[in-house]
Design a protein around this ligand. Structure first.
Ligand code: SAH
Length: 228
């Protein structure tokens, strides 16, 4: 799966992901077409594989970004408030912003200052991205993603939280506490056997929580910040 969606341009990559059934929802396709991955991946931007960013960070493969967007989409309406933990390159943060504009807000969280800045710089490479930064639809903050960040504007929590690095088992509980009801958390969790799986955790309208174990994955772990 990792290579067969690669293309010679952003459009070709996205069309191939759709043709291979990895993007099924038109809004996800539109949003991914609107963001040029070349602004985020230092090498091979249109290859369907992860790429190193430096600082031990990796921009996830396009099919993983697509899977996260497809899963979170019911919660990504204009006006929605979204947290993107381990925002790295800022690619997904930008695509999420495309889905919640106008009126929404996406906050990327990174524990390395250089990556907070990388996200901001990368989003600023396009006129559309600069507009989203100026309007406050997208922003980046330094913080520990294991703790997360409170949603302060609406005060009711985040409609959606995406986590781009693997939590230890049980580590997801704290982030569930930051979700709005209804709201959804998409998070890779590493279990005792070192295997990682995506968990899709919903806080439903009455505040109760449901968990679904999804695909097996390989993400870098959520860690302590390196001493800079
Ligand atoms: N979604 C990003 C993924 C980057 S890789 C992208 O596709 O570009 C995972 C990121 O998680 C790295 O940038 C790393 O710095 C960050 N990370 C790891 N532990 C963290 C922590 N405790 N708090 C915040 N960010 C963390």
């Amino acid at each position: 799966m990792a290579w067969r969606s690669s293309g010679a341009s952003n459009q070709a990559l996205i069309e191939n992901l759709a043709a291979n059934g990895l993007i099924t929802q038109p809004r996800v396709k539109q949003a991914m077409l609107a963001v040029d991955r070349a602004h985020y991946a230092p090498r091979n931007p249109y290859q369907d594989s992860p790429q190193p960013l430096g600082h031990r960070a990796t921009i996830s493969a396009p099919h993983m970004h697509a899977a996260a967007l497809e899963s979170l989409l019911p919660y990504l309406h204009p006006g929605a408030k979204v947290l993107d933990i381990g925002s790295g390159s800022g690619y997904l943060t930008h695509v999420l912003a495309e889905l919640v504009k106008p009126g929404g807000r996406v906050v990327g969280v990174e524990h390395i200052q250089a990556l907070v800045e990388m996200g901001r710089v990368n989003v600023g490479k396009s006129a559309e991205g600069r507009g989203l930064l100026e309007m406050g639809v997208v922003g980046f903050v330094k913080g520990d993603g294991r703790v997360g960040v409170e949603e302060e504007e609406g005060g009711k929590g985040w409609d959606a939280i995406h986590v781009g690095a693997a939590a230890v088992k049980g580590g997801e509980g704290r982030l569930v506490g930051l979700l709005k009801a209804p709201g959804r958390l998409f998070i890779p969790v590493e279990e005792e056997d070192y295997a990682q799986h995506i968990y899709v955790i919903d806080k439903v309208a009455d505040g109760s929580v449901t968990r679904k174990k999804d695909m097996g994955v390989q993400y870098v772990p959520l860690t302590d910040a390196p001493t800079e």
